[in-house]
Design a binder for this molecule. Structure first.
Ligand code: ASP
Length: 307
């Protein structure tokens, strides 16, 4: 079954067979793009990107993916739009929809915003992050990276570390990992920023997991250590942010204490939690991970457009 015309709002919108098909397609597009540069699958199709929150990788990789597939991108620029005159974001989406884009990529601060507008927007919607809630296409490139680096996803042990309370990549990654077998997830964080109960409810019985407070407790067992930053913009109490700053940090000296070093991933941007000294280790995979976003998102866009 293809994902043609489907909205992608949650990482649960992907079945295992969808993921395996998309990962192979991503590899195929990677080769075709290396050989030919731009392709023409999406000729005549238009993507609208509407990012109401900051973004570097997600927005650019969707835009590059669409252009390299042969399509056109129109970017909605929040900073010069009528939102500044007081127009609502729902009205804005109605206007955008009236111009008939073929696919819409939305990032919004409000959890469930894409869910709220999907019924009156004709084009398929790809959720590029709805506040702290979910970021399904980040999970797509994360799991694609694991699949490429380790040759499998079944049976792995992964530590997801950092701000699991306000971060949206940890929930989506966890949901996508439930599509595979025999996995263990270790949630590594101080109590105050541990994984949300709602996420635990959604994965219970589908994947093995454990909460731990420090990476030292599990690092030697891990295949993957997935580091995330503190979501400073989502802390209501700046003092709490300051208190937690430095509570967990990975650098080369720390890692070199261990006999086994897992591959290190990070959705980026990194701030202080992942030191640049780690970059020189062969296990550092976060820049490749970001590049993989181009191919994973190209595969998704190609399927959703049905081209
Ligand atoms: N870039 C990711 C996101 O948009 C991770 C982060 O911002 O920390 O969620």
């Amino acid at each position: 079954m293809s994902l043609k015309g489907k909205d992608i709002l949650s990482a649960f919108d992907f079945e295992r067979e969808d993921l395996e098909r998309l990962f192979k397609l991503a590899d195929q597009l990677r080769e075709e793009m290396a050989e030919k540069g731009s392709l023409d699958y999406a000729k005549g199709k238009v993507m609208l990107t509407a990012f109401f929150e900051p973004s570097t990788r997600t927005k650019l990789s969707f835009q590059f993916a669409m252009v390299k597939l042969g399509g056109t991108v129109i970017d909605f620029d929040v900073s010069t739009s009528s939102l500044l005159k007081g127009e609502s974001d729902v009205d804005t989406m109605k206007i955008i929809d009236g111009y008939d884009p073929d696919v819409i990529v939305i990032r919004q601060k409000q959890p469930y915003f894409p869910h709220k507008v999907k019924d009156f927007v004709k084009a398929p919607i790809l959720n590029a992050g709805d506040g702290p809630h979910e970021h399904p296409t980040q999970a797509l490139l994360d799991v694609y990276t694991i699949w490429r680096e380790l040759g499998k996803v079944d049976g792995i042990k992964i530590g997801i570390m950092g701000d699991l309370k306000y971060g949206r990549t940890a929930p989506s990654l966890s949901y996508m990992l439930t599509r595979f077998n025999n996995l263990t997830i270790y949630y590594i964080a101080p109590d105050v920023i541990q994984i949300r109960d709602e996420v635990i409810e959604n994965i219970k019985g589908k994947v093995k997991f454990e909460k731990v407070s420090k990476p030292d407790e599990v690092i030697e067992e891990l295949d993957v250590l997935y580091v995330t930053r503190l979501q400073k913009e989502r802390f209501s109490d700046p003092e709490e942010y300051e208190r937690l700053k430095g509570a967990y940090k990975i650098d080369k000296d720390f890692l070199s204490k261990f006999k086994h070093i897992p591959i290190i991933m990070h959705p980026l941007p990194r701030v202080w939690e992942l030191d640049p000294s780690v970059d020189e280790l062969p296990q550092a995979k976060y820049f490749e991970q970001a590049r993989n976003g181009l191919f994973a998102r190209a595969a998704l866009v190609k399927e959703v457009l049905g081209v």
